[in-house]
Design a protein around this ligand. Sequence first.
Ligand code: GDP
Length: 493
Amino acid sequence: MAIVGRPNVGKSTLFNRLARRRIAVVDDEPGVTRDRLYAMARPAGARFHLIDTGGLDPDNAHAFFVGMREQARMAVEEADVILHITDAKDGLHADDRFVAQMLRESQKPVILVANKAEGRQGADQLTEFYSLGVENVFALSAAHGIGVGDVVDRILELLPPELREESERRAYAEDDAPKGRAARRAAKQAAEALAPPPEANPDRSDEVHLPAQLRVAVVGRPNAGKSSLVNAILGQPRLMVSDIAGTTRDAVDTLVTRGDKSYVFVDTAGLRRKRSVARKLEKFSVVAAVRALEEAHVVCLVLDGFEGVTEQDEKIAELANNAGKALIIVVNKWDLVVDAAKRKKEYTDRVHQEMGFVAYAPVIFVSALRNEVEGVLNTVDDVANHHFRRVGTSKLNKAFEKAQESHHLPSDRGRRITLYYATQVAIGPPTIVVACNQPDGVHLSYQRYLQNKLRDAFGFSGTPLKLIFRKRGEQMGKRGHSHKKRRPPTRRD
Ligand code: GDP
């Protein structure tokens, strides 16, 4: 479910009320719309995904309109139901019409709500909202929690049946914490009975939400061949290449279109220019690498195939991993290697051995010099599909059950640890919350074991995978111990 509306109508308030607590998985999407918030909405008895499509800058008229269009587009693309929120106190606004018009074109179910409708003052204004051509206007007060229940009921009515079932099952599994063994079994059976068969609708239970433009950073040591690689990639046939302003000052990004897909190579100005000017000895800069990878979804770490993995390469890989970015190891200058075909496996093993913490990253072999770089964009597509993938809850739980069956969780100081339920709460990177009885007692080795089992089951090639353990019954959004880095929720509206 996505929330859309002009600024100041109370989007954030409603978002927070539905999510109860913001898990604020901020998905940076540089461009007009800065970020998107994903959360689990947790009204009584239901759970569904909530997207806040981003803030708008009302002071910049152009950015504002582009932003609204973008907001609506994202909502339409990603959500099954769209909530268009307006302000009952202010009354109908021209921008509301603008938003309504765009949403109407989408043909997705839209619910119109008039917020700030506490007291009589609001109720009088409601009739004019019907001129937006809707059947029903829901009056509500997000701040006071009035009328939210009716809106939630309507959302559930409009959700596709399989999502509605998932919503109930999820709520059941979280809320009704049965005590005894028999009760637990009953709960499990009920949850299973509610679960749609996994093959019933694979598209629905397993989704990939790609950003409109995949942002790619090419990083690596000086002389690894980054510059040559970028030029070779951009020089491939059937690509449209153009320069666009980068997100940071003075940066120039390169927009590449291939078929119906767009990629942005971040901050490529330096790399592309380098060829034409006298080559200076470049100093290795971790800061530059960090800046580039922070702005990217997918990081291509370029290694010099003739030299192997150095400490600096390890450092960058570690940074990419910690930042939760998808990662590809691109081994360049493969033309220099004798018996190249035979050496690939040996080299891959060495990379995985020396950088075990990113063993998930695919290793590909290229030669920028010979323009043998076709594999790069395909691999970018491939890892992005894993990075932005949401695995259906029932599939996920089956994998968890299997993992537990084949290797029981070691008990922690005599107390048996039980994992109850897992849900993927975020994409890019996939982030999975596991409800268990002792979140602190799950040893690192077992966490790794689970990660490996999940990778066996679902691939997740090229992307880090985050597991967060929480006590059952605790809010999914509650701050946990295993979360490394989290941005403070930003107030936007
Ligand atoms: P950067 O500093 O990482 O951007 O590296 P450059 O692109 O400037 O390349 C460094 C050197 O490696 C240059 O002399 C390139 O000609 C050479 N080079 C780049 N790619 C290849 C390749 O695929 N094969 C070979 N043999 N040399 C390459």
